[in-house]
Design a protein around this ligand. Structure first.
Ligand SMILES: NC(=O)c1ccc[n+]([C@@H]2O[C@H](COP(=O)([O-])OP(=O)(O)OC[C@H]3O[C@@H](n4cnc5c(N)ncnc54)[C@H](OP(=O)(O)O)[C@@H]3O)[C@@H](O)[C@H]2O)c1
Length: 301
């Protein structure tokens, strides 16, 4: 089994746990890098001081402080935590890979479509420039720069859209209000909402690990481009509820801080050009099917 050892930074999170489930049922042996002790966990300081566990064949980073944690105010300290938890973990893994005498074949980093400055007119593929001036565009540049591995290690950076899945991300935040019929579009609802179902995101990570020709940037989004209003209608329908309660942009700016609220009030038209060219097959290529799969109040066992 050690021939298939995968080290996952943030393997305890929403994406990380789903990835572990997929990989461990298909013959991989998983080690998590976590701030918490646990079976199959190693700490970040172990990675920094002692390097990669022996026989690591692939490294994936899904670590990062959640910025949509509504219990945390958007203070300079919290912003620093949002940045450091992504940049420092990525740098620690890159350094461990570069210093290893028994290098893994591939490093996969999960970042976000926030790399592209929000726009209602520009269509972004993986070759588009990332020259945004907002907080998230700039964070993404530094974050991706921290993934600096020397050949022959393959580097794949997956810029994920909003991940649709019952146990995390935006669905976890909105399922209760939608269940009580209190859902509605955010802001104007006209902003693009790049999205991907969790099964497709972890499938794409596995695809990147297993296919040696895959390298560089991949837009981890479904091919169907939708707006926030379309998502809202689709999710409400899947829940069997109306969605009569739009949340105005000014309220979101007041509650979240405008710099953070832009993640939901603004959007980008992002297409997965390279993902499709590589021949990746999506399980959920339309939002209605993706919403139906996760529109249940109680998580499935
Ligand atoms: N979910 C989405 O819709 C989405 C979309 C695009 C991009 N992404 C990106 O994908 C990554 C994973 O997202 P997720 O939804 O799986 O997040 P998550 O459920 O919050 O999990 C993130 C993991 O990161 C680790 N972490 C949190 N704060 C940390 C800190 N201060 N220092 C080091 N590690 C920390 C935690 O692991 P331990 O507690 O075990 O240390 C946690 O399990 C994030 O970087 C996120 O920005 C997510």
């Amino acid at each position: 089994m050690s021939a298939n050892k995968v080290l996952i930074g943030g393997g305890t999170g929403f994406i990380g746990q789903n990835l572990r489930k997929l990989l461990s049922t298909t013959g991989y042996n998983i080690v998590n890098v976590s701030r918490m002790p646990g079976a199959n966990n190693v700490s970040w300081s172990t990675i920094e001081n002692s390097g990669l566990p022996p026989n690591t064949k692939a490294v994936v980073n899904c670590a990062g402080q959640q910025f949509m944690d509504f219990t945390k105010s958007w203070t300079p300290g919290f912003k620093q935590n949002v940045q450091n938890s992504r940049i420092y973990t990525t740098r620690a893994l890159s350094q461990a890979i570069n210093e290893s005498n028994d290098k893994p074949k591939v490093f996969v980093l999960v970042t976000g479509v926030g790399a592209y400055e929000p726009s209602n007119t520009i269509k972004y593929d993986e070759c588009s420039p990332t020259t945004g001036t907002d907080f998230f565009s700039q964070l993404l540049v530094e974050w991706e720069k921290a993934a600096n591995v020397n050949p022959p290690v393959r580097l794949v950076i997956i810029r994920s859209g909003a991940v649709i899945g019952r146990d995390g991300g935006m669905i976890k935040n909105m399922i209760v209000p939608f269940f009580f019929g209190l859902g509605g579009r955010l802001g104007s609802g006209k902003q693009y909402l790049p999205w991907i179902h969790i099964d497709d995101l972890v499938g794409l990570i596995k695809f990147a690990i297993e296919n040696e020709e895959v390298k560089g940037i991949l837009n981890g989004v479904a091919p169907q481009v939708i707006t926030n209003e379309q998502f809202t209608q689709s999710f409400a329908k899947a829940m069997g509820r109306p969605a009569f309660f739009p949340v105005p942009e000014s309220v979101l700016n007041f509650l979240l801080h405008p710099e953070r609220a832009m993640i939901v009030t603004k959007g980008q038209h992002v297409v997965p050009k390279r993902v499709l060219e590589y021949g990746f097959k999506y399980q959920y290529d339309n939002i209605d099917d993706a919403c139906k799969e996760c529109a249940h109040l109680f998580p499935k066992k």
